[in-house]
Design a binder for this molecule. Structure first.
Ligand SMILES: [Zn+2]
Length: 446
């Protein structure tokens, strides 16, 4: 029989006392069990792993969103079809009431930035385990009752809750900012969570006085949290901002009491790999491959995400040996590519360099984005504050040009042509905010 207290004890003791060897041993055992289960219960995996040695995990083929969605009907182990799940979600989207179970499962759907739909579904037990993991491991502030307002673009199954100690209310970011502020004022939560682009707008509302809530802690997820936005939100709300890292495929990482983002090593196996699929050493960026130990109804084994991250080579001050994510850089297509000087090779430049160059160039920049259409061209869209002086544009362009020249030269790459545009950049809350984007495809990671 499942015992939540035993689970609590385990969740905490694993995080606090397991060393690297114990983590690895546990992950080996779990992956072995999972592969055995999936190759027996999932039609997709049993065919997919044909001709592979199931005991050789690091040589098993990757899956990705495309493969997952194309084979959804055969992949899940409970006999749901892709069509019925999508139909259910479309119906729910009209009412925006996602709490209902569909044939005993919580089903969620994301539209994804590329427009292709992603499905996520979990059983009641899987949702419960994920909730417990968060409740037991997340460093909630010491208070009598937690009331968390959860601003979420896409409904993720299993996260609404109204208990004695913890209440979680879902707030849709589809409303206008005025409506969100009004709703938050009425809810008066002591914890606030949302994507950084929404948090930034709320920070402005807080500064201007229309938003009255004073959370004890703010949680950011869903988009890259740049150090600049983190600073603004922390200042205006006068509290700390921590990150959680979750994809539809897995609950990847949670913050510790010292604010560092630790991988949930006991529920997700995270591989950070280079373009030849070899593990990269901590401190260097690589792409993320996840294997989830909780989800059995839709087994996630070596699922290649579109994200890049860097593991922190330094151990965390909290004492846990669970790996710390130093930085989530964003999607692979947020990475800028430079053409190497004297060759045709491409060199990747992490988006944070570009972000910092732009934002630090002037106080007059209110919003911005940079779009790279080819290795030779980079368009920079700027929205300036209303009272910006005329001369300021020239100054901004000069500063950004110089700072980007330094960055491209450091990366041994040719400086692209910059195209500055002054536009009004309205943030659509229904879409993920991507300040840095590359529109041409290049398989620099594959
Ligand atoms: Zn820590």
């Amino acid at each position: 029989m499942f015992n939540p207290l035993r689970f609590l004890w385990r969740v905490n003791s694993r995080f606090k006392s397991w060393d690297e060897e114990k983590i690895k041993r546990y992950q080996r055992k779990q992956t072995k069990k999972l592969i055995h289960y999936a190759s027996k219960k999932s039609k997709f995996y049993s065919t997919f792993y044909n001709n592979y040695d199931l005991t050789d995990f690091s040589n098993l083929p990757f899956i990705n969103k495309q493969l997952f969605m194309d084979n959804f009907t055969q992949l899940n182990t409970v006999g749901l079809t892709r069509e019925e799940c999508i139909d259910h979600c479309l119906e729910k989207e009209q009412s925006r009431d996602f709490s209902e179970y569909y044939r005993g499962y919580l089903v969620g759907m994301s539209t994804g930035t590329s427009g292709n739909r992603g499905l996520e579904f979990v059983s009641k037990m899987e949702a419960f385990l994920m909730q417990l993991l968060v409740f037991f491991r997340f460093p909630f502030p010491k208070t009598r009752k937690i009331h968390l307002a959860f601003i979420l673009r896409v409904f993720s199954p299993g996260f609404g809750h109204d208990g004695r100690k913890i209440r979680i209310t879902y707030v849709s970011p589809l409303d206008t900012i005025e409506a969100i502020v009004k709703k938050l004022n009425a809810l008066n939560p002591n914890l606030l969570s949302g994507p950084p682009s929404v948090l930034q707008v709320l920070a402005r509302a807080k500064k201007e006085g229309s938003l009255k809530v004073s959370p004890l802690l703010i949680i950011s997820y869903g988009e890259v949290l740049s150090s600049n936005v983190k600073k603004i939100v922390e200042k205006d709300f006068n509290c700390s901002v921590v990150e959680v890292y979750k994809s539809s495929e897995s609950f990847i990482a949670l913050p510790c009491k010292d604010g560092k983002l630790h991988i949930n090593e006991d529920t997700t196996l995270v591989e950070v790999l280079d373009k030849n699929n070899e593990p990269v050493e901590p401190g260097k960026p690589g792409f993320v491959v996840v294997t989830d130990f909780i989800k059995r109804k839709t087994p996630i084994i070596r699922y290649k995400l579109n994200d890049l991250l860097t593991i922190d080579p330094e151990p965390c001050s909290c004492g846990s040996k669970f790996r710390v994510i130093k930085e989530v850089h964003g999607r692979a297509d947020d990475i800028i590519l430079g053409k190497k000087i004297g060759s045709d090779e491409l060199q990747f430049i992490l988006p944070d360099y570009i972000r910092r160059s732009i934002i630090s160039s002037s106080e007059s920049i209110e919003e911005y984005n940079a779009i790279q259409t080819s290795p030779e061209n980079l368009t920079i869209n700027l929205q300036l504050v209303a009272n910006a002086k005329k001369l300021v544009k020239k100054e901004i362009e000069r500063t950004i040009q110089q700072s980007l020249e330094r960055i491209f030269s450091k990366h041994d790459s040719k400086m692209p042509e910059l195209d500055f545009r002054y536009v009004s950049l309205k943030q659509d809350f229904d879409k993920k905010l991507r300040r840095i984007q590359r529109t041409f495809e290049e398989d620099f990671l594959n």
